[in-house]
Every structure is written in structure tokens, then in C-alpha cells.
Design a protein around this ligand. Structure first.
Ligand code: ATP
Ligand code: MG
Length: 329
């Protein structure tokens, strides 16, 4: 057996993917595909139905998200890239693992509390069960490493607990995975409400920078980003707006935040915001260009996803068979 990690991560095809997803997750995927053996990336359309959605739009967004991931640098030859709903093992394992998931643990999940408060019509049981499906996504591959943004820390803790409880109850079967949260950019905040994370479904339009956004719009959004009183460009708990801009710039440039603080000592907020905007424009431009080439060829995207699903199924099926066997089926 090789020492290489088995990497798994999922991304929702809801809405348009944003800078937080890019910096917190997608960039790590690209880095992970050469370290992981295998590195598995899943477009989690089954997760997307946990809040209000439109079926036709969901289908389209899966292609959008696939094209974004390819444009960002995922190479289907070097990783496993697939659509969650193509691999039935995820849903079957969700039910099986619900037997070793504590209801009280699900009740404590921040994401459920935050998202359920925002639902207009229905708080679905799917929203409550989301972390069990997420645990199944990862545990079905005996993944050792889960690259995610900081907001998913609690869900990864829970899947570790589920794996441990399963192994205790039914014998050593599942692997307890570790999370991998980036040091810079694990929590990109909304530019208008820097106390809240930038989010696909919950943020402000003006405060969310999309991966595919036009350069003019990116500049405008950074230009109107909320800053703080005072004039210093330093990270600090009472300066959430500036702190976020420093983190974004540091992540875009691939440097530590101290370097950014040093570079802009004495500069004004206006100039700093312009510099951050340019950094992000440069970061995203190549992705947007590649996307425009890839997205129109839906047949090719379908082929990529189908090939990925076949590879994924080959890994997950024997694991779920083991779980069934241990559980008495
Ligand atoms: P939603 O708000 O509807 O849950 P999302 O924006 O969180 O959507 P997801 O597809 O759920 O998007 O998340 C994909 C990945 O992006 C996850 O690993 C998540 O941790 C990461 N991520 C999401 N938002 C941020 C953010 N603001 N900063 C850094 N990483 C993020
Ligand atoms: Mg999310």
C-alpha cells in the first residue's frame, strides 16, 4: 500500500460558485490531485435538494460546476471527478450509517441551525440529515483526508465520530478521516457583511464575488466592500472588513498575511481595495477563459462525469458491501 492519502471532497452545484469556494476548496483540490491516490472530487447534487431548488436548474448547475472544476485545473486523468447521484452507494450508506449517528449530534450542527433559520417554506429533514450524507460520501471511499473550508470543520468531526462508533459497534471497517483546512483563506467573508461567510445560498449579491464574474463587476464589488473605522491595514477582530480583504489578497497572491500588512503599511483603504480587486481579477481570469471553452460541450462533460462515476463506483461498492455484511444484511 502506498502512503499517499486518499482524498475526498464534495462541492454543491447550487447557485454560482464564489471566491470563498475557490480559495477555501477548489484550489486545494487542484493541489490534491497529485498528492492523493486517488483524489476524489464529487459534485454533490443530492446535498443540493436539502433547500428549495428547481430540478431543471439543478441539472444545468451540475454542468456549470463540472466545467468550473475542470477550468480551475482538475484533470479527470489524474483524479476521480463525478456526480454524486450517479453512485447509489452514497444514499444506501446514508441510511446504514444513520444507525450509528446520534440525533443529539445532528441537533448541534451549526449549518443546520443557520440554514434552517433562513428557509421560507420548509425546513426539510434532508437539511437535518445533510451531515449523514456527507459522512457517507467520505466514508464510502475510506478517505483519509478531506479538504474543506473552515465552515465544514464540525461536519468532519461528526463523520469521524460516526466512523469510530461504527467500528466500535461492528468491528474495524471504516477509516477515520482527517480534515485539511487551508491556513490562509479557509473562511472568506461576505464583502458587504464581513461577519458572515461568503455563501452560495445565503450571502448578499453585492458582497459575493463569483468565480465567473466579469472583471468590471469584480472591481465594483471590491470598490464598495465594507471597511472599518480607523485607517490601518492590519488584521484584527474589530476590523472584520479589512481582515477579510487582507486574507483574500494573501490567498490570491499565495503569501502570508503579514507580507500584505507590511506592503500596505501607510496606504489608504481605497488603494488597498483596488490592489485586492486586481489580485482577484488576475486569479480568476484564466479560470473564466477556460470555462468559456469547456462549458458549451455538454456531451464531453457528460462523458467525463460518466467515466468518473464508473471509477467511483468501483471503489465505493466493496466498502458498502463490507458495511452491509458487518451490519447483518
Ligand atoms: P452553501 O452556503 O449553500 O452551503 P457554499 O458556498 O458553502 O454553499 P458548498 O458547495 O457547500 O458551497 O461548499 C464547497 C466548499 O467550499 C466546502 O469545502 C466549503 O467549506 C467551502 N467554502 C464555502 N464557503 C466558503 C468560504 N466563505 N470561505 C472558504 N471556504 C468556503
Ligand atoms: Mg456549504
Amino acid at each position: 500500500m502506498s502512503d499517499a492519502p486518499i482524498i475526498f471532497s464534495g462541492i454543491q452545484p447550487t447557485g454560482r460558485k464564489h471566491l470563498g469556494n475557490y480559495i477555501g476548496a477548489i484550489r486545494q483540490y487542484v493541489e490534491g490531485q497529485d498528492r492523493g491516490d486517488p483524489a476524489i472530487f464529487c459534485i454533490v447534487d443530492l446535498h443540493a435538494i436539502s433547500v428549495a431548488y428547481d430540478p431543471e436548474e439543478l441539472r444545468e448547475r451540475v454542468y456549470d460546476t463540472t466545467a468550473i472544476l475542470l477550468a480551475a485545473g482538475l484533470d479527470p486523468e489524474r483524479c476521480v471527478l463525478f456526480r454524486q447521484s450517479d453512485v447509489r452507494e452514497h444514499t444506501e450508506l446514508t441510511w446504514l450509517l444513520s444507525a450509528v449517528t446520534a440525533h443529539g449530534d445532528l441537533n448541534r450542527m451549526h449549518q443546520f441551525k443557520d440554514k434552517s433559520a433562513k428557509q421560507q417554506e420548509l425546513v426539510s429533514a434532508a437539511l437535518f440529515f445533510y451531515p449523514v450524507l456527507m459522512a457517507s460520501d467520505v466514508l464510502a471511499y475510506r478517505a483519509t483526508e478531506v479538504p474543506v473550508g473552515d465552515d465544514q470543520r464540525q461536519h468532519v468531526e461528526l463523520m469521524r465520530e460516526i466512523a469510530r462508533r461504527f467500528n466500535e459497534r461492528f468491528g474495524e471497517t471504516l477509516v477515520v478521516p482527517d480534515h485539511r483546512i487551508p491556513e490562509v483563506g479557509a473562511r472568506i467573508m461576505d464583502l458587504q457583511e464581513p461577519e458572515r461567510k461568503m455563501s452560495t445560498t445565503g450571502g448578499t449579491e453585492a458582497g459575493t464575488v463569483y468565480v465567473l464574474e466579469e472583471e468590471k463587476a469584480i472591481r465594483k464589488k471590491f470598490g464598495s466592500a465594507v471597511t472599518d473605522s480607523g485607517r490601518e491595514i492590519v488584521r484584527s477582530p474589530d476590523k472584520p472588513g479589512i481582515t477579510n480583504l487582507i486574507d483574500i489578497f494573501a490567498a490570491a497572491r499565495g503569501v502570508d498575511h503579514g507580507v500584505v500588512e507590511g506592503e500596505f503599511e501607510g496606504a489608504g483603504y481605497g488603494d488597498f481595495k483596488k490592489a485586492v480587486a486586481e489580485g482577484v481579477v488576475e486569479l480568476l481570469a484564466p479560470v473564466r477563459e477556460r470555462y468559456a471553452e469547456l462549458r458549451p460541450d455538454q456531451a464531453a462533460l457528460d462523458e467525463t462525469l460518466a467515466a468518473g462515476a464508473a471509477k467511483a463506483r468501483a471503489i465505493a461498492a466493496p466498502v458498502v458491501a463490507d458495511v452491509r455484511d458487518r451490519m447483518g444484511f
